[in-house]
Design a protein around this ligand. Structure first.
Ligand SMILES: Cc1ncc(C[n+]2csc(CCOP(=O)(O)OP(=O)(O)O)c2C)c(N)n1
Ligand code: SF4
Length: 248
């Protein structure tokens, strides 16, 4: 028997195109790959409309072979609302960072979730504004250094880290809210399962789902990829506990 016959044949990725521009070890790359796999597994590639944000993932559509719209400065939920209402047969996904979703566009996500819009949000919480050089985000931890909090975030001046899943869990309409992470293989699998579930919710017309993904920014945190994932695991999860907040 030839050795090649023993190697399992995996289907060619249809959606994820690979070769991203992200910094080495950045969670955005892993997340794009997972999202591509899920879209392939659900067979929805031709139905997906991805609303990409402002931030490092501003050109996510260059790496995922789906239709989409660029929704800068936190407005992805408004664009997604319009697209989903006009084209209910499509699968509409917003992909947003914490600067984009939880600072610049906080009102957008709260009202879209409160209206129970029928789209799916992937919220990437890496505790800083990555693309613009590591400024403090609403999700920056107390004491965490950023370019705008060089001595560490102080609650008296900057408030406290904003917990988006917990905030949205006060609303009646959302059907699914979960916080996951990518710091090891087990949690990458959990993230994949959560995003898949959120998309199945949309396929089954259940309502608004959001998956918050605790991610890293080794470049702006000034850490190696390994150190940055340890920071996510040991420090971020204390402030942003993982788990399902809503599943109805
Ligand atoms: C100097 C400057 N200020 C503000 C902006 C607007 N802006 C674009 S990306 C970004 C930060 C996005 O951060 P986040 O949503 O956390 O995404 P990440 O890059 O961390 O993935 C901001 C504020 C800009 N482009 N340039
Ligand atoms: S700056 Fe941070 S968030 Fe942006 S690609 Fe690099 S590591 Fe990722």
């Amino acid at each position: 028997m030839r050795v090649s016959a023993l190697i399992p044949k995996y289907p060619e990725p249809q959606t994820y195109l690979g070769r991203t521009h992200y910094c080495p070890g950045c969670g955005h790359s892993t997340l794009h790959k997972i999202l591509g796999e899920i879209i392939d597994e659900l067979g929805i590639r031709k139905k997906v409309i991805l609303i990409e944000p402002i931030g490092c993932s501003v050109i996510a559509l260059s790496y995922l072979k789906v239709d989409g719209i660029q929704g800068p400065h936190g407005r992805a939920p408004a664009i997604a609302t319009a697209v989903k209402r006009l084209r209910p047969e499509n699968i509409v996904i917003t992909y947003q960072g914490d600067g984009d979703l939880a600072a610049i566009g906080t009102n957008e996500i709260i009202h879209a979730a409160n209206r129970g819009e029928m789209f799916t949000t992937i919220f990437v919480n890496n505790a800083v504004y990555g693309m613009t050089g590591g400024q403090m985000a609403p999700t920056t931890l107390l004491g965490q250094k950023s370019t705008t909090t060089p001595g560490g975030r102080v609650a008296e001046y900057c408030g406290y880290p904003l917990r988006v899943c917990e905030l949205l869990n006060t609303l009646d309409a959302p059907v699914y809210l979960e916080r996951v992470s990518l710091f090891d293989l087990e949690h990458i699998s959990r993230t994949k399962a959560a995003i898949k579930k959120a998309l199945i919710n949309q396929i089954e017309k259940r309502g608004f789902s959001l998956v918050e993904v605790l991610s890293n920014c080794p470049t702006n945190w000034k850490m190696s990829p390994k150190q940055s994932w340890n920071f996510v695991k040991q420090e971020m999860t204390k402030v942003f506990p993982l788990g399902v907040f809503r599943d109805k």
